[in-house]
Design a protein around this ligand. Structure first.
Ligand SMILES: C[S@@+](CC[C@H](N)C(=O)[O-])C[C@H]1O[C@@H](n2cnc3c(N)ncnc32)[C@H](O)[C@@H]1O
Ligand code: SF4
Length: 352
C-alpha cells in the first residue's frame, strides 16, 4: 500500500512539490537576518478567566509596556524592509491598556504595514472601535467561542455574552458608518467540549455580517497546550520532530522588555534577552537566540526543555497523510470559511 501510494504520489508530482517545500523550508531555516513578525505585549492584565487559557499558572508580574519603550521598539523595527506584521497584544487582554489606540496610531505613523490585535472584545465599545479604526488598525481578531450565552460564559469565564455580541456587531456598524476598509475583522471560533455543538450556529449567525469584500473572515482554531499550561495534545519526544519555524521569523517581546521565543511561552520561562537596554536587532542576533536556532536546525530539542515539551514542533506525516493533505489543498479548506458557504463549495469540488 505504501509503495503504491508513493508511486502514485510521484506520478502526480506530490513528492516534487514536497521536495520544493522542504528546500524552501531549509533555506528559510538557514537565514534569519531579521524577524518577519514582531509581537509586542502591551499588557498581560486580563479581565477574564477562559477555561482553555492557563492564566492561573502565570507567575510573571502583571504590567503594561512603557510608552517610551514601545515607541523606541516601533522606531527600530519600522526601519526593516523584512518586517511584515506587528502584533500589539500578548498574554492578556489588549483593550485593558489605556494607551492601545496611541500605540496603534504611532505604529501606523511610522509606516508599520500590518498592525494586529487579538481581543476578547468585552471592552470594545463603539467609541473604542471608532478610536482604533481612526488610528489605522489593520487587523483585529475576536476570540468568540460560543453562539449561545450558555456555552460562551462557560468558556469565557467572567465575560458576558450579550455585551460581547453587541460590541462585535457595533464594530461592523462603526466601520461601515466611517466608510473605512480597515480593520479586516476575523471572528474566531475554538471548538471544545462546551461549544462544539454550536459551530454551525456560529457560522450561520456571522457569515452574513462579515464583509468579504473588506477581507473579513470566520476562522476556526485548534486547542493547543500553551507550552505546559494545558494538556490537550500529546507530545511524542521520540518522534523525529522538526522546527515550528518561529525562532527564525518571530520576535516576542513581553511588556517588561524581556524577549521570549514565542507566544506559547506565556510565563517567559526562556528569556533570550531584554530590549530595555539593548536594541531589537542586537537581541535577535545574540548568542541565546543563535543557540535556540541551532537547536531547531539540528533538532536537538532536548537541550531546550520549553521546546522539547511543546506541541507546536512539526511531526513528519506519513505519505498517506501527505497525499490526503495534497488533495485537501486543492479545495477550499473547511476549517476556514472565508468564503460564505465554504463547506458546500468544498463538497461540490469533491464531487466534480
Ligand atoms: C492569550 S489570548 C490574548 C488575547 C485576548 N485576551 C483574547 O482572548 O483574544 C490569545 C489567543 O489565544 C487563545 N487561546 C487561549 N488559550 C488557548 C489554548 N489552550 N489553545 C488555543 N488557543 C488558546 C485565545 O482565545 C486568544 O485567541
Ligand atoms: S484567552 Fe484571552 S481573555 Fe481569555 S483568559 Fe486568556 S488572555 Fe484573558
Amino acid at each position: 500500500m505504501r509503495l503504491y501510494l508513493s508511486t502514485l504520489a510521484k506520478k502526480i508530482g506530490v513528492s516534487c512539490s514536497y521536495r520544493l517545500k522542504k528546500a524552501r523550508h531549509n533555506a528559510f531555516l538557514a537565514e534569519a537576518t531579521l524577524p518577519r513578525v514582531v509581537h509586542i505585549e502591551n499588557t498581560n492584565a486580563c479581565n477574564a478567566r477562559c477555561v482553555m487559557c492557563p492564566r492561573e499558572k502565570m507567575k510573571r508580574p502583571v504590567g503594561y509596556m512603557d510608552l517610551a519603550l514601545f515607541k523606541r521598539l516601533i522606531d527600530e523595527c519600522s526601519q526593516w524592509d523584512s518586517l511584515e506584521e506587528v502584533h500589539l497584544h500578548g498574554f492578556g487582554e489588549p483593550l485593558i491598556d489605556p494607551y492601545l489606540t496611541e500605540r496603534v496610531r504611532y505604529a501606523k505613523e511610522k509606516g508599520i504595514r500590518d498592525t494586529y490585535v487579538v481581543t476578547n472584545a468585552s471592552l470594545l465599545t463603539s467609541e473604542v472601535s471608532e478610536r482604533l479604526i481612526c488610528a489605522g488598525l489593520d487587523r483585529i481578531k475576536v476570540s468568540f467561542y460560543g453562539a449561545t450565552k450558555e456555552a460562551y460564559e462557560v468558556i469565557h469565564r467572567g465575560l458576558t455574552f450579550e455585551v460581547v455580541k453587541d460590541n462585535v456587531r457595533d464594530l461592523f456598524d462603526v466601520r461601515r458608518r466611517l466608510d473605512r476598509s480597515n480593520p479586516r475583522i476575523c471572528l474566531q471560533f475554538l471548538p471544545q467540549s462546551a461549544n462544539s455543538h454550536e459551530e454551525g450556529i456560529f457560522k450561520d449567525t456571522w457569515q452574513d455580517i462579515i464583509d468579504l469584500s473588506r477581507g473579513d473572515r470566520l476562522s476556526q482554531a485548534q486547542l493547543h497546550n500553551y507550552a505546559t499550561g494545558r494538556v490537550y495534545n500529546p507530545v511524542n519526544k521520540k518522534a523525529r520532530r522538526t522546527s515550528c519555524g518561529l525562532p527564525f521569523e518571530t520576535m516576542h517581546i513581553l511588556w517588561n522588555g524581556d524577549v521570549a521565543p514565542c507566544c506559547y511561552d506565556y510565563n517567559g520561562c526562556l528569556v533570550l534577552g531584554n530590549v530595555v537596554a539593548a536594541g531589537l536587532r542586537e537581541v535577535w542576533n545574540n548568542k541565546a537566540f543563535q543557540h535556540l536556532r541551532k537547536v531547531h536546525r539540528n533538532r536537538t530539542f532536548s537541550r531546550v526543555p520549553l521546546c522539547d515539551g511543546c506541541d507546536q514542533l512539526k511531526v513528519p506525516r506519513s505519505i498517506e497523510k501527505r497525499l490526503l493533505s495534497y488533495f485537501a489543498l486543492t479545495i477550499p479548506p473547511e476549517r476556514d470559511v472565508a468564503v460564505a458557504g465554504g463547506a458546500e463549495k468544498r463538497e461540490a469540488a469533491l464531487k466534480s
